[in-house]
Design a protein. Structure first.
Lengths: 288, 308
């Protein structure tokens, strides 16, 4: 009885992950920014005042004009509506890129770390070579193979991010495979595949999640950059990077064309980075 | 040290050989025919198409193509651009100085802003100055460099008329691109310098130096920064990769005819030799800079001595 009471007294109160995150000011600020952006993007067809390509007779209307809060562009398209629709592509890119990188990278890392030996050597040497390329450069090589376009940009950036996740997952796997409960499970005759899925993968998930949450922001920035140089979304598409590319030629006449999409990208990246930092601080016991 | 150097040199060569092989395989093992890309929508006869493939060396088997590519590479021949018909080495050599100038400028901006800001924030840890520096640093890493470039053009070129909008020329042409490219790295370095300084400032030898009455600035810069700079140096090496990648977009914003624009041109036109050549040069520079950073560790901190 005494032992039970003592155990209860000393057990730390384990708040839920969300409750711990909500105590972080950065997480709250990030959520307050990103939630409206995501809602605006997802429900853009219903919420946006205009279709992204519908043209008004009033061109170059400055922000604050009636009916066009963020103004209109060189052909009279509503900038707010284009930013809302653009979010559908730009935010999706971030998620898909991380999805590709984290999934492929984790599988390769877990396989390398668990099997070790020749398989580990081959996988990790390829990853070492891939890491010798700056991200965008690797993505550009993939785009050369596949051709320009937003779908190919997602694949390219996803492939470029694979080595980071592979290294991370391999490191976590090497640590987990030596733990006693895994040894015990192996000694009891559990087969390798079951061990991998049951014990190793769940333990690798957490560090991968931490890096992935920050990776979304990086992917949004990179994809916007590739669209800006004409290798992602085609010109005139309602996508944040492509909107900035379109705006370049009209900056003397209308400053807001380049300002508004840029502020939106900055806000989205800032918010996601703050959310990612908060997730990292809560999940990584070595921090704080 | 000599043995360590030799070991690192061997692994450096292995990585460079690996990058050359990976670039070749990635570009040759995937769908997409450069001959078709070169012809565009022009209707041509089957013979003309085959002739073009033979001209480009694409009719040979993959191992033959690789052997040819590798033997040329060893002689410093990066091939001939499909589009400009000029040797890739010449194309790269004419563009390389522009990118190097841009990167040196960006690195100067990053170091001149990031490191002092990080040191000052650490010295005033927890105060208003620290909060402002860290908030600006968080904002700095969130802003796309190419957008910062557009905003700089809007203010300093279009509105104030102080600096040229774009193009290539004297130092004035590099000021805005260097700021646009370096500002993100400055933010990263400020955050890292601060955190590294805070780690060092909590150590015993700093407490001893303070207890002995050493001047605060001497403790901060003479004692603490020397050790705090080692992780910062690692990140400076890694930032070179970020700057090389950023140069691709920034050169487009400011119409600088550097390696980045050459690469984009190659990617858009599926000019395989050009992409291959630029990718090899860029990754080579990146790997070499990080190799140099590794060697610099022991110079900065004599306590580090490499054991092979």
């Amino acid at each position: 009885m005494v032992r039970a009471a003592s155990a209860t007294t000393h057990r730390p109160k384990r708040a839920t992950l969300l409750a711990r995150l909500l105590r972080k000011p950065g997480f709250v600020f990030g959520a307050l920014v990103i939630v409206p952006l995501v809602v605006a993007a997802v429900f853009a067809p219903q919420l946006a005042p205009y279709a992204p390509d519908s043209m008004d007779a009033e061109r170059y209307l400055p922000p604050g004009s009636s009916g066009h809060w963020l103004g209109t562009d060189n052909v009279g398209r509503d900038i707010l509506s284009r930013i809302m629709h653009g979010g559908r592509i730009s935010l999706l890119v971030g998620v898909v890129v991380v999805g590709i990188g984290a999934t492929v990278g984790s599988v390769l890392g877990v396989v390398a770390g668990y099997l070790r030996g020749a398989v580990d050597n081959v996988i990790m040497r390829v990853m070492d070579v891939m890491l010798a390329f700056p991200d965008i450069l690797l993505a550009l090589i993939v785009i050369t193979m596949l051709g320009p376009g937003i779908f190919n940009v997602m694949i390219a950036l996803g492939v470029a991010s694979v080595p980071v996740y592979t290294r991370l997952a391999r490191g976590a796997t090497l640590a987990v495979r030596e733990l006693e409960f895994v040894e015990a499970s192996r000694a009891l005759g559990t087969d390798s595949l079951r061990l991998l899925f049951r014990h190793v993968l769940p333990n690798v998930f957490q560090p991968v999640l931490v890096v992935a949450s920050l990776g979304v922001a990086t992917a949004i920035l990179a994809a916007a950059g590739l669209s800006f140089i004409g290798l992602g979304a085609p010109p005139s598409t309602a996508e944040w990077g492509a909107m900035l590319n379109d705006a370049r030629n009209y900056m003397r006449r209308a400053w807001w064309l380049a300002t508004m999409p840029g502020v939106t990208i900055t806000l989205a990246v800032l918010a996601i980075s703050l959310l990612g930092e908060a997730v990292r601080e809560v999940l990584d016991p070595r921090i704080g | 040290m000599a043995r360590f150097f030799a070991q690192r040199l061997v692994s450096l060569i292995a990585v460079l050989v690996g990058t050359a092989t990976l670039v070749f395989l990635m570009l040759h093992l995937t769908p997409g025919d450069p001959a078709r890309a070169l012809l565009g929508n022009r209707p041509v006869s089957a013979q003309a198409y085959e002739r073009l493939r033979a001209e480009l060396g694409l009719d040979a088997s993959l191992p033959t193509q690789f052997m040819k590519y590798a033997s040329k590479l060893v002689r410093g021949d990066l091939g001939t651009s499909y589009f400009t018909k000029r040797p890739v080495v010449e194309e790269v050599a004419s563009r390389f100085p522009i990118t190097v100038r841009l990167m040196l400028g960006a690195m100067f901006v990053a170091l001149a802003i990031g490191v002092p800001a990080g040191i000052a924030a650490a010295a005033r840890f927890g105060g208003a100055f620290d909060f402002v520096v860290m908030s600006l640093a968080t904002l700095g890493v969130s802003m796309p460099g190419f957008w910062v470039g557009l905003m700089l053009i809007l203010v300093f070129s279009v509105q104030l008329g102080w600096l040229p909008v774009a193009g290539v020329g004297g130092v004035a042409y590099y000021v805005l691109p260097a700021i646009a490219l370096g500002i993100g790295s400055a933010a990263v370095l400020a955050r890292l310098t601060r955190s590294s300084m805070l780690d060092v400032l909590r150590t015993d030898y700093i407490r001893t130096a303070r207890a002995k009455g050493a001047w605060p600035n001497r403790v901060l810069l003479g004692h603490a920064f020397r050790n705090a700079f080692i992780p910062v140096l690692t990140v400076i090496g890694l930032q070179v990769g970020g700057l090389l990648a950023g140069a691709v977009v920034i050169e487009t914003v400011f119409a600088l005819p550097g390696l980045g624009r050459l690469l984009v041109q190659g990617v858009s036109s599926r000019d395989y030799p050009l992409v291959q050549g630029v990718a090899l040069i860029v990754s080579g520079v990146y790997v070499l800079v990080n190799f140099a950073v590794d060697l610099l560790y022991s110079v900065i901190n004599p306590r580090i001595r490499y054991v092979a």
